[in-house]
Write a protein that binds this ligand. Structure first.
Ligand code: 9MR
Length: 371
């Protein structure tokens, strides 16, 4: 063993890591080597601050990439299925439920001692064609009830938190800011309250969230959205709807960074907390603005944006968890579009932690210090 305790610790960790890798039948990835000795993982740092850290994952990637499984097992306390609980996935034809992929994620979560976040029951972008047809032709609430009653109890052991309605707001259509989704068109604005009631019945112990994007910056449309979402939440609370929290997606875009104002986000979080709501930072990642800069410059920009964001967010006690929309740049929805090669997640494509990893960990550690 080396004399230097720091080196000894490194070696011990490397050895433990490669033992685990061998056991898991995986080639070692440089994850541990790049993490400073003695520093906690993201979930360990979150846990010490009384919080959870998690990431979105897909069943096929979990199945095919052992290095990813190792990284998730190490870094995350909670896993969000990126696709597999969405209605289009679960009930592609009426009454034919396909749980296989969600079951695979749930099994991975429970064997690695994690929970799962349920994402997302009602989302206008993930409606199977038959549902779109029913909602348009002969609105029938029983399809909503059957779907929730089929999916929520099945995962009661693993899922503690659910996104009941995803992205219910869209500016520019109505005075109340509600998105004219097929659900709204079929059932009117009350569909949100009804869906929450249904969810409470199907999963009485779960914490129920409304999840939304475009809430964090000082841009006119986001200002309107914050205001109208708060009105919606106040109304739901007043009417006794079982809404427990709000997921703030936090898909940060570096082109918007100049409109990030600490006070704006802090005030919004205060308002949510004052309504007695819990807050999840639910889909954190960073879309870069300039992929041509050097990698160190790009990584610093991403880390600075996330650091500034989480410093404000974690200052508020209502915020209980941070989930990234992916863990490694190897698998990021941002690469599905034009931003191929985007570096907006904690680990790079080879699972090496980047400055943004440290920024997230430090934000958890600062919360502890400030306690
Ligand atoms: O990251 C997800 C992408 O792979 C899917 O194609 C898409 C449609 O199911 O959903 C993406 O995830 C979205 C999430 O469910 C809701 N907020 C925005 C996310 C990114 O588009």
């Amino acid at each position: 063993m080396p004399d230097d305790p720091a080196l000894a610790a490194t070696d011990a960790r490397k050895a433990a890591f490669s033992r685990r890798s061998v056991l898991a039948g995986v080639a070692a990835v440089p994850l541990v080597a790049a993490v400073p000795v003695g520093s906690p993982t993201l979930q360990e740092a979150a846990g010490r601050a009384g919080m959870l850290f998690g990431a979105a994952m897909r069943a096929n990637v979990i199945a095919s990439d052992a290095a990813l499984r190792t990284a998730v097992a190490r870094e995350c306390g909670v896993i969000t299925p990126e696709l597999e609980l969405k209605w289009a996935w679960i009930e592609p034809q009426q009454g034919r439920f396909v749980f296989r992929d969600a079951d695979r994620i749930a099994a991975f979560a429970s064997t690695t001692g994690k929970t799962m976040h349920g994402h997302a029951l009602l989302w206008h972008q993930s409606i199977p064609p038959w549902v779109a047809q029913v909602l348009a032709d002969r609105p029938d609430w029983t399809i909503m009830r059957r779907f929730m009653a089929a999916v929520m109890p099945r995962y009661a052991a693993t899922v503690r938190t659910w996104d009941v309605v995803n992205e219910p707001m869209e500016m520019g259509h109505r005075m109340d800011g509600l998105r004219p989704s097929p659900f709204l068109q079929a059932f009117g604005p009350d569909y949100i309250h009804r869906a929450l009631d249904e969810a409470r019945q199907a999963a009485p112990r779960a914490t129920l969230f409304i999840n939304e994007y475009g809430l964090s910056h000082d841009l006119p449309w986001q200002r309107d959205k914050r205001y109208l979402l708060l009105k919606l939440l106040e109304g739901l609370k007043r009417a006794g709807a079982p809404v427990d929290g709000v997921g703030i997606q936090a898909h940060l875009e570096l082109v918007d960074q100049s409109s990030f104002r600490e006070r704006v986000l802090a005030d919004f979080l205060d308002e949510l907390g004052n309504l007695g709501l819990q807050v999840r930072i639910s889909e954190l990642d960073v879309k870069e603005a300039d992929l041509t800069a050097t990698v160190p410059v790009r990584d610093r920009r991403v880390a600075d944006a996330v650091g500034a964001y989480l410093d404000v967010a974690l200052d508020n006690r209502a915020v209980g968890s941070v989930t990234c929309w992916g863990l490694t740049d190897r698998y990021s929805w941002l690469d599905e579009g034009r931003n191929v090669g985007n570096r907006g997640l904690p680990l790079d494509r080879d699972f090496v932690p980047k400055p943004v990893y440290d920024a997230i960990r430090r934000a958890f550690e600062r919360r502890l210090v400030n306690d």
